[in-house]
Design a binder for this molecule. Structure first.
Ligand SMILES: NC(=O)c1ccc[n+]([C@@H]2O[C@H](COP(=O)([O-])OP(=O)(O)OC[C@H]3O[C@@H](n4cnc5c(N)ncnc54)[C@H](OP(=O)(O)O)[C@@H]3O)[C@@H](O)[C@H]2O)c1
Length: 136
């Protein structure tokens, strides 16, 4: 299945997606998508700024929200890998939105590790990525 996430910021796409996996044994979700642009914040077109925010933050949030309940029911090891970036740890000119959206992914991942408890815990942190584990 292919989708342009810049056009799927609403919940409809994600709700409809559920029918494709609810009968499957989903053991892994990799949130890899990125809109990575470089340049002055003030020179960015509004559409590009909006698309970067939507593409980098909405799919990781809504796909994780939809998939976690199925993973917790599996009673087997599962994993969600949210691709972040070393740039989430720094502040850089000309990469403001990218750094900010990657920071969002870091804090979403870390906060969910705390909120969801033993069944959902952070396994490790590497340069450029976060790895989360379910039931491990
Ligand atoms: N490369 C690095 O040095 C580096 C460093 C740190 C972190 N990361 C992170 O690692 C991940 C992968 O990086 P990468 O360099 O492999 O990135 P990439 O080559 O640019 O791949 C990004 C993926 O996102 C997809 N994508 C972009 N816009 C989309 C949209 N509107 N709708 C749906 N899919 C869309 C692309 O699909 P198409 O192929 O169809 O365009 C592609 O599969 C990213 O999250 C990135 O932030 C990368």
């Amino acid at each position: 299945m292919q989708v342009d996430f810049s056009k799927a910021e609403g919940v409809e796409f994600f709700n409809n997606l559920e029918k494709h996996f609810k009968d499957k044994d989903v053991s892994m979700l990799i949130n890899n998508v990125e809109f990575g642009d470089y340049g002055s914040f003030l020179d960015m077109k509004l559409k590009d700024a909006r698309d970067m925010f939507v593409v980098n933050c909405v799919p990781v949030t809504l796909l994780t929200r939809k998939v976690v309940p199925y993973m917790l029911e599996r009673k087997k090891k599962s994993a969600i890998i949210n691709m972040s970036s070393q740039l989430s740890e720094v502040v850089l000119p000309n990469r403001a939105l990218y750094c900010a959206t990657k920071r969002y992914i870091d804090y979403l991942s870390r906060s969910l590790s705390e909120e969801l408890g033993d069944g959902y815990r952070e396994l490790g942190v590497g340069i450029g990525y976060w790895v989360l584990g379910l039931g491990c």
